[in-house]
Design a protein around this ligand. Sequence first.
Ligand SMILES: [Mn+2]
Length: 314
Amino acid sequence: MYKALLKEIEKYDTVIIHRHSNPDGDAIGSQIGMKHLVMANFPGKKVFVVGDAAGRYSFMDEAVMDEVSDEAYAGALAIVLDCGGANMVNDERYKTAKANARIDHHMYTGAFTGTEVIDPSFESCCGIIADIIKSEGLVIDEVGARSLFTGMVTDSGRFRYDSTNARTFTLAAFLTEKGKIDFNDLYSKMYAEDFESLKRKSEFILKIRFTEHNVAYIYTDAAEVERLVGEGMTPFGISRGMVGTMGDIKGVDIWVNFTESEGKVLCELRSSKYNINPIAVKYGGGGHEKASGAAVEDRETALAMLADLDAMML
Ligand SMILES: [Mn+2]
């Protein structure tokens, strides 16, 4: 599986690396890591990274995206990272490349590029790339190794979630050595929080409610979203950004964050114990066993989803 991808990279002089919108540490980390994999092992190629701004991961080295012309795609290989579906990819031009490929760790829902390396047993896309480097005997420089390590940390919840296993630590150790990683420096950048955002979180903590069987949820309606957007938040920042406020409540095994946005209700589902993915899929969404999302039509549908989650606790 890895060799087919490396053969593809070999064939093209230009490699353009894509990932999902609203990038997390794994999206940016895998993108920069992949760029350095190509630069270090396939010298002479032009390598670009594209997508929306790195946001809170701007502290990472080389997290500024490239401007790439449409013409550059004509003879290029586009590699899509950390995207479970075609709808997740930022910048659709990956479809116009001479060839395309994908590396991903989300649940497999069908191929949408030419050469695919998909393995949902990995905690992160960065982990797969690290495994490619290690098992194929490739080289990686410090920036590449640090970027990949960062994505492994963020997507594994600092080595906490299910998919964390001995292989995760073996690969993390491999990257630690290659990247000369200073954990204190890296983690303080990764988890630094300004006071405004801390205050914001406290607002959301006060909005937490519970179903009969202890599913925690937050519901933010359109009027509140409008007010919060006026104060500088984004619907995505409310939806994805605030679901974690419910993550460590004693006695709560499932939690969900509902956010009304653009006539729909964004739903972020999480669990520390149960596979909530089938509920997300039932409502047209997807993701991982314990972290999934969907966008449903209205409040009524969102509450039906909440009832389904509550029924899981019976
Ligand atoms: Mn990921």
